[in-house]
Each structure stands twice: as C-alpha cells, then as structure tokens.
Design a protein around this ligand. Structure first.
Ligand SMILES: [Zn+2]
Length: 63
C-alpha cells in the first residue's frame, strides 16, 4: 500500500467518523458486537469438541 492509498483510507475513516451520527456509531458498534458474539457462538462447539477429544486422549472418560 502506498502512502497515498493509506492517506485515502485514513481520510475515509475520518470522514465517516465526522459524518456519522452518534446513533449510527452506536448501530455500528452493536453490529460489531453481534458479529463478535456470532463468531464466539459458532466457535464454542469446536472448542468444546477439541477439549472433549483432549480429555479422552488424556485417558479421562466423561461418558
Ligand atoms: Zn467424551
């Protein structure tokens, strides 16, 4: 990325911050939080399964 491109991105972020209302910023933050929650929610079973497999690999039976 060239300096000019990063400046353009920075300008766009600055313009977005200056033109968005607090309500829009709140909506954006809520959207980001929803995405983060969805990612955690989707990944949790995978983490649980890997821990489950680890328990069995370690010789601990759970069922
Ligand atoms: Zn098990």
């Amino acid at each position: 990325m060239t300096v000019a491109e990063s400046d353009t991105v920075r300008n766009r972020v600055r313009i977005a911050q200056e033109t968005m209302t607090p309500g829009q910023l709140a909506a954006l933050l809520a959207f980001g939080a929803a995405i983060a929650f969805a990612l955690v929610f989707v990944q949790e079973p995978l983490v649980h399964d890997s821990l489950h497999d680890f328990r069995h690999a370690a010789g601990i039976t759970c069922h």
